[in-house]
Ligand binder design. Structure first.
Ligand code: ATP
Length: 398
């Protein structure tokens, strides 16, 4: 018999047990919901040292036979089959452990942000225009006009800095029409976004990211250990400062110095191997992304001393990008120039740009992909396993 806290053996012996009760158990389909009353007895043979000898049983909900997916089977099923029958899949203690970890990660971040005076905010998910480029927008019929699902809260979190909030964070879904089918992309993911006012530069942001990650992981380790969750063993204990590797150095490592090309999955993996080998830290920053790579990221501030570079940086974990962010352009004239340079029309951004017209402090922020973080912390090979009911190009059910 299993519930959310674990399982207990219920023992009936043929001959000595009530024949009607024995019959009921013998014909009870696996995974049915039952209520059992009886006497708990010490037992060396049972996993928990106790077994239950029943005196009364009621079947609350009988499971259909056969099960489309075994819950206690030793042999693993294909991920697709598991996701098709996700409710049964989630009954497996090892699968549920991932979501206990996820709960803990979110609680840890929330505590770490609140401790540092951040407001928790919720921004619109139905938008008139996107912020991350047109290719990954999901259109929505919106009465007489067309709207889009939010790819990120980017523009709104910056507007809240203009509103004087100074420090905001948001944990919310982000939607991207990702055409590629990879183990690290979903069409709906949870983005942990933050924005901070009055920064002096990228380093202020990196220091905050480090502190928040270190605090959160410490929280997760304590919490999972209290809950007896075996995934606690995989939670790293990183030390600040995380290595900072300039983008230009990573391109030298890849054997293409000065190429200024965006990093693909294989590039990130190769950089990850070298970074972990050289610095011994699973987390590391890739810094100073070239403007050419961030050309469409119009809100990314170009460095005044060297406009060919932005202050943008990624945080990677062993070759997987977890987070991206940096200082934003807060000067209206330059922001409008960047929007035009990205091939966009500033007239489409009136509401956003208004926030820059009446006093906008220097600011910056970042987005952490919660599903990717849970994926690496739980040691999952596919991001889909880090979400309860994942959505990808081919999956809208269940
Ligand atoms: P990638 O280059 O890996 O596609 P990106 O550069 O589009 O990611 P950003 O727009 O910088 O990502 O988003 C910030 C973070 O959000 C990423 O570091 C990642 O953790 C997460 N993220 C972005 N897109 C996805 C997605 N489709 N599925 C899951 N997580 C995502």
């Amino acid at each position: 018999m299993r519930d959310v806290r674990g399982s207990t053996q219920v023992t009936l012996k043929k001959g000595s047990a009530d024949p009607a009760l024995f019959e009921l158990f013998a014909n009870l389909p696996r995974e049915s919901v039952v209520e059992v009353e009886g006497t708990a007895r010490r037992s060396e043979k049972s996993q928990r040292g106790v077994e239950l000898h029943p005196s009364r049983v009621s079947v609350i909900a009988r499971a259909e036979v056969p099960l489309p997916l075994g819950v206690v089977d030793k042999v693993g099923a294909e991920l697709d089959t598991r996701l098709n029958h996700r409710v049964l899949d989630l009954r497996k203690p090892a699968v549920r452990a991932v979501f206990e970890l996820r709960t803990s990660v979110l609680a840890g971040f929330r505590a770490a942000f609140l401790k540092r005076g951040f407001y928790e905010v919720e921004t619109p998910k139905i938008l008139r225009q996107g912020a991350e480029g047109g290719a990954t927008l999901f259109p929505v019929e919106y009465f007489e006009s067309r709207a889009y699902l939010a790819q990120s809260p980017q523009l709104y979190k910056q507007m809240l800095i203009g509103a004087g909030f100074e420090r905001v964070f948001e944990i919310a879904p982000a939607f991207r029409a990702e055409p590629s089918d990879t183990v690290r992309h979903l069409t709906e993911f949870t983005s942990l976004d933050a924005e901070v006012g009055y920064i002096e530069g990228a380093e202020d942001l990196r220091t905050l990211v480090e502190e928040l990650i270190i605090d959160t992981l410490a929280f997760v380790r304590r919490d999972l250990s209290d809950r007896g969750n075996p995934l606690v063993r995989g939670i790293p204990e990183p030390k600040a400062p995380f290595p900072r590797i300039p983008f230009s150095v990573s391109e030298e490592w890849l054997g293409r110095p000065g190429a200024e090309r965006d990093l693909g999955t294989e590039d990130e993996k190769a950089i990850g191997e070298r970074a972990v080998r050289e610095y011994g830290s699973p987390f590391y920053f890739l810094t100073d992304f070239p403007t050419a790579v961030k050309a469409h990221t119009f809100y990314a501030q170009r460095q005044d001393a060297n406009p060919a570079l932005t202050g943008y940086f990624d945080l990677d974990y062993r070759g997987l990008e977890i987070m991206s962010g940096g200082p934003r352009e807060h000067r209206l004239d330059r922001l409008v120039e960047n929007i035009r340079a990205a091939g966009l029309d500033p007239a489409g951004f009136t509401g956003y740009l208004e926030a820059f017209r009446y006093g906008m402090p220097p600011h910056g922020g970042w987005a952490i992909g919660i599903d990717r973080l849970v994926q690496v912390l739980a040691g999952l090979s596919n991001i889909r396993e880090a979400r309860l009911f994942p959505r990808d190009r081919y999956r809208l059910d269940p």
